[in-house]
Design a protein around this ligand. Structure first.
Ligand code: DSN
Length: 416
């Protein structure tokens, strides 16, 4: 990997790429859905497979010259099957939302009812939010978390399912820090004649390594992105029972996509290979250790965490007790060199552009090799930065400490 040609041809994009490398090195990234793809993944994604049209599936293409594209896609499918134990896998979706779209379009009709987790309680846009195609095409019903415990209210899920008879239930979240009871969801779905879609985009790496129960035995469809805890390229996958294989493949192509991104599929294959290693297992173990440690230390610093802690790679900090909005906290952390995102907390009375929460995750910092000691340091930095949220000189001073911490754990400095 070397950007010498880019530098010559397009110095502006080269400069932006260099600055981005520097940003990813200098900042402490706590965005729960981000990670650092390996150099091997980056090389595969930057490879000549970007030149190739390969509409169709391995050995059933609409273009000639697909013999190496076939190798790549077949390997990606085989490795993903080994990783997750699914009956059928489609590795072509360009994103998690497109993976979900293919599932919905293959089994739903316009106006059907879907039940998903409310965006405000940690769900995802593509699970029925009014501004998303799912909210425009389907009748949507939402479950959420219990006000006192912060846990998914399974009684509510059962009651809503019985009352609204959704054709499909969607389970999976972007800001939920506890173990998800996929088996419980499956029972509710089966008892009420509903299909079950598990969207494991956030926890895919944990599921792949057995650190979160797998939905594969329980759900009709499992979708995921490949770039979060799974640490691959930006993209999506769909896993399903064999009986849905044809319908899913047909809906991905030609239904909602044209040519697959073969270079991205190559990078997915590399990421799946990496995820099958002992090193990746140890990595995911440390992601969890770090997440729990960060949550504990933040609680010691006086922060409240929704549900009181975490079982996965993320936590949702409830800022309502310390009189700062999510927006101000995000901005203060950014000035201090920490990248995180504001996030609605359940029962939030602030709009999505302000919010009362902060979502923090440990996949990126763990990829850099940070451990418990660094989580203690990060918790202290967060506490100091939020306390000094309107004190620019103090935030600048903190950013120097953050930069020093980042330099002790280099990421891509050797790439260029
Ligand atoms: N936008 C992603 C996240 O940050 O969780 C989900 O797609």
């Amino acid at each position: 990997m070397n950007l010498q040609y880019l530098k010559q041809v397009d110095p502006e994009i080269y400069e932006a790429a260099i600055q981005e490398v520097q940003r990813e090195e200098d900042k402490i990234i706590l965005i729960a859905s981000e990670n650092y793809a390996s150099k091997a993944v980056l090389e595969a994604q930057g490879s000549v497979f970007t030149n190739k049209y390969a509409e169709g599936y391995p050995h059933r293409r609409y273009y000639g010259g697909c013999e190496y594209a076939d190798v790549v896609e077949t390997l990606a499918i085989e490795r993903a099957k080994r990783l997750f134990g699914a009956e059928h896998i489609n590795v072509q979706p360009h994103s998690g939302t497109q993976a979900n779209m293919a599932v919905f379009f293959s089994v739903l009709n316009y106006g059907d009812t879907i039940l998903g987790m409310s965006l405000n309680h940690g769900g995802h846009l593509s699970h029925g939010a009014p501004v998303n195609f799912t909210g425009m095409l389907y009748k949507t019903v939402f479950y959420g978390v219990h006000k006192e415990t912060g846990l998914i209210d399974m009684e509510e899920v059962r009651e809503l399912t019985q009352r609204h008879k959704p054709k499909i239930i969607i389970v999976g979240a972007s800001a939920y820090s506890r173990i998800i009871d996929f088996e419980g969801f499956s029972k509710i779905a089966k008892d009420n004649g509903a299909l079950l879609l598990a969207d494991i985009a956030h926890i895919a790496g944990l599921v792949a390594t057995g650190m979160h129960p797998s939905p594969i035995p329980h759900a009709d469809f499992v979708t995921s992105t490949t770039h979060k805890t799974l640490r691959g390229p930006r993209g999506g996958i769909i896993m399903c029972k064999e009986k849905y294989a044809k319908a899913i493949d047909k809906m991905v192509f030609p239904g909602i996509q044209g040519g697959p991104l073969v270079h991205v599929i190559a990078a997915k294959a590399v990421a799946f290979k990496e995820a099958l290693t002992e090193e990746f297992y140890e990595y995911q173990k440390q992601v969890l250790i770090n997440s729990k440690r960060l949550a504990k230390k933040l609680i010691n610093h006086g922060f409240q965490i929704i549900s009181g802690g975490t079982d996965n790679h993320l936590m949702l900090v409830d800022l309502r007790n310390i009189n700062i909005t999510g927006k101000d906290a995000e901005e203060a952390l950014d000035k201090a060199g920490i990248t995180a995102n504001k996030n609605a907390v359940p029962y939030d009375d602030k709009p999505a552009s302000i919010t009362s929460g902060l979502r923090l995750g440990t996949p990126s910092v763990t990829s850099r090799g940070m451990k418990e000691k660094e989580m203690d340091e990060i918790a202290e930095i967060i506490a100091n930065a939020i306390e000094a949220f309107d004190n620019a000189p103090k935030l600048k001073e903190i950013s120097t400490r953050v930069k020093e911490l980042g330099r002790r754990f280099p990421v891509y400095s050797a790439v260029l």
